[in-house]
Write a protein that binds this ligand. Structure first.
Ligand SMILES: [Zn+2]
Length: 230
């Protein structure tokens, strides 16, 4: 019998989709926890190791806005989820990975794109804060860990000129692109998924932050984290 799927161009996706979406979300990890004497120790765990993109104790609201139409620049669809909150809210890396894009983008304003270590997930965080968009020591090629502070919520974007607040309501635009093949990156074959339910799910796993640099007013995570459980 003929292989029913032999004519499908993207046949391998059927095998890869599950791992492409979830590989970085569940597994072994270790995370610091408080001891009674005020110090911390690492504890090995298995479970959800991805974090909500909004730091713990910062409020936000969202609804399933994936696919809504947008008109700035050209008519297009909204390929992410907008999380409305306050300017300066620390933005958290959902999954560990490498900073792939950073800097100004006409649509996203100050934005960061982070790729998972297996390359299959590209996380996009946009409209970061004017003048101070990024956390300390974040640049292209930087390795970040799930739960790290990577930047701050703002309202930049919709401008060719850099560092302009042209977004009406402060929010994080959070997007997740699946990359099955390198040729899809920055092409018309990008696969963005609806992350609304993922954001809902990640509400149970939020990263606690502390003011770590009083001069620069930068925040960083309270509890350190390590992949693989150690
Ligand atoms: Zn958006």
């Amino acid at each position: 019998m003929e292989d029913l799927c032999s004519d499908l161009k993207f046949y391998d996706y059927y095998f890869e989709s599950y791992s492409a979406v979830l590989n970085g979300f569940i597994g072994n990890f270790s995370v610091e926890q408080d001891l009674e004497d005020g110090s911390k120790e690492f504890v090995s765990k298995y479970g959800v190791k991805a974090f909500l993109p909004i730091a713990k104790n910062y409020s936000f609201s969202h609804y399933d806005d994936f696919g809504n139409s947008r008109s700035y620049g050209f008519k297009r669809t909204h390929l992410g989820n907008d999380l409305m909150g306050s300017i300066g809210t620390p933005i958290i890396a959902v999954e560990s990975g490498v900073v792939y894009h950073i800097g100004w983008n006409q649509y996203g304003g100050w934005r960061i794109g982070i790729r998972s270590f297996d390359g299959k997930r590209y996380y996009y965080y946009a409209h970061l804060r004017k003048n101070h968009p990024y956390a300390e020591n974040i640049e292209e090629g930087t390795v970040v860990k799930a739960g790290d502070v990577i930047g701050y919520m703002g309202m930049t974007g919709y401008s060719i000129k850099e560092n302009v607040n042209n977004i009406n309501v402060p929010h994080l635009h959070f997007g997740l692109q699946l990359v099955f093949d390198e040729s899809q990156l920055d092409s018309h074959n990008e696969i963005w998924i609806d992350v609304y339910q993922i954001v809902e799910f990640l509400k149970r796993n939020r990263s606690s932050v502390v003011l770590s640099n009083k001069d620069s007013k930068d925040y960083s995570r309270r509890y350190d984290f390590s992949e693989d459980g150690g």
